[in-house]
Every structure is written in structure tokens, then in C-alpha cells.
Design a protein around this ligand. Structure first.
Ligand code: ADP
Ligand code: MG
Length: 173
């Protein structure tokens, strides 16, 4: 059976972009926990957070993670998915976890270039570049410890996909 592949990493690291391309290249299905959450609640992340707080959002996020988990599926996860120990354990036990790692300045540049694609409210209300430095300081160790594989996500998406496929093939051998 082909285990699900979980993509983790901060906002802007390419979980959705790379995930869709990886699914296409591998013949896997594609799911996105943020999209699942929005479709099942009919609300945006921002709306859920303002109505229920981050805690309510995090609870719903865990349910989405479980709901989209299926064999032969690439799963793009929300940037904060690793904050809950329950989610970290769930992903490691149910599939292979891939950390798309990129520096804060690269993440900030991407999010600044396409702000409209990112519906999530900023966590601190401060400049995005400062925020990404803080987010990574808080989460990099969690991404790192949750991942079975760490991939350099500062390359073009096609190369990131290639690296993931090569790494998985090596791991099978
Ligand atoms: P995530 O789902 O991790 O938040 P996205 O896939 O939505 O990230 O990507 C955020 C933005 O960065 C998008 O505008 C996307 O086109 C761009 N992007 C993603 N991956 C790359 C990459 N490897 N190189 C350049 N730009 C990228
Ligand atoms: Mg995404």
C-alpha cells in the first residue's frame, strides 16, 4: 500500500504548489487540509479564527488532517499543523512526512509577491519578514523532528518535486 505523503513547512514554502505537482507526477491524489477546512465549514481561515480563536481553528485543523488521510495521497498541511503533538504523532504514524524547508526571507518574499493567495491573518500584525523569522524560530525544530525527509524548498517547484521523488525512491530501495 502507498502511504500518504504529508508536506509540512511554514506558509509560503510551497506545500500547495509542490503538492499539486508531486501528485500529478506520481499519480497520487492531492488534498490540502486548509482547503478541506474551508470547504467543510464554508468559512475562510480568517473567519474561523475570528469566530472561534486559534484554538478552535487548531481543533478543526486536526479533524481535517484525519479526514483527508488516505493511501496514495499527497497532503498539503497548514503551516501550524506541527504545533499539536497529536498531529505530529498522527502524521509520522500514518505516512511519510516531508519538510519543505526555506529561509524566512524567501518565504516573506513569496508571500509579499502574492498576498492575495494567502488568506491567513498575520500572527503578530508586524512586517511579514519579521514574522517569518519568528515563526521559523518557533517551529523549525518541530518541522525538523516531525519530518522523515527534509527537502530544500528554495529551488524551483519542478526541482523540489524531482528531489522528493528521488528521495522516496532511495528510501524504498
Ligand atoms: P504554502 O501552501 O506552503 O503556503 P504555496 O504553494 O501556496 O505555499 O506557495 C506560496 C507562494 O509561493 C505562491 O505564490 C507560489 O506560487 C510560490 N511558490 C511556491 N513554491 C515556490 C518555489 N519553489 N519557487 C518559487 N515560488 C514558489
Ligand atoms: Mg497552502
Amino acid at each position: 500500500m502507498s502511504l500518504p505523503l504529508y508536506l509540512i513547512g511554514a506558509r509560503g514554502c510551497g506545500k500547495t504548489t509542490v503538492g499539486q505537482a508531486l501528485a500529478k507526477a506520481s499519480g497520487y491524489a492531492f488534498s490540502d487540509t486548509d482547503r478541506h477546512l474551508q470547504q467543510t465549514t464554508q468559512r475562510s481561515v480568517a473567519d474561523i479564527v475570528s469566530a472561534e480563536g486559534w484554538e478552535g481553528f487548531r481543533q478543526r485543523e486536526s479533524l481535517s488532517l484525519q479526514a483527508v488521510t488516505a493511501p496514495a495521497t499527497v497532503i498539503a498541511t497548514g503551516g501550524g499543523m506541527v504545533l499539536a503533538a497529536e498531529n505530529r504523532k498522527f502524521m509520522r504514524e500514518h505516512g511519510r512526512v516531508i519538510y519543505l524547508k526555506a529561509e524566512a526571507r524567501v518565504l516573506a518574499a513569496r508571500l509579499q509577491a502574492y498576498p492575495e493567495q494567502d488568506q491567513r491573518p498575520t500572527l503578530t500584525g508586524r512586517p511579514i519578514a519579521d514574522e517569518m523569522v519568528e515563526v521559523l524560530a518557533e517551529r523549525d525544530a518541530l518541522y525538523q523532528q516531525t519530518a522523515h525527509y527534509v527537502i530544500n524548498a528554495m529551488q524551483r517547484p519542478e526541482k523540489v518535486v524531482e528531489d522528493i521523488i528521488a528521495m522516496l525512491a532511495l528510501a524504498r530501495a
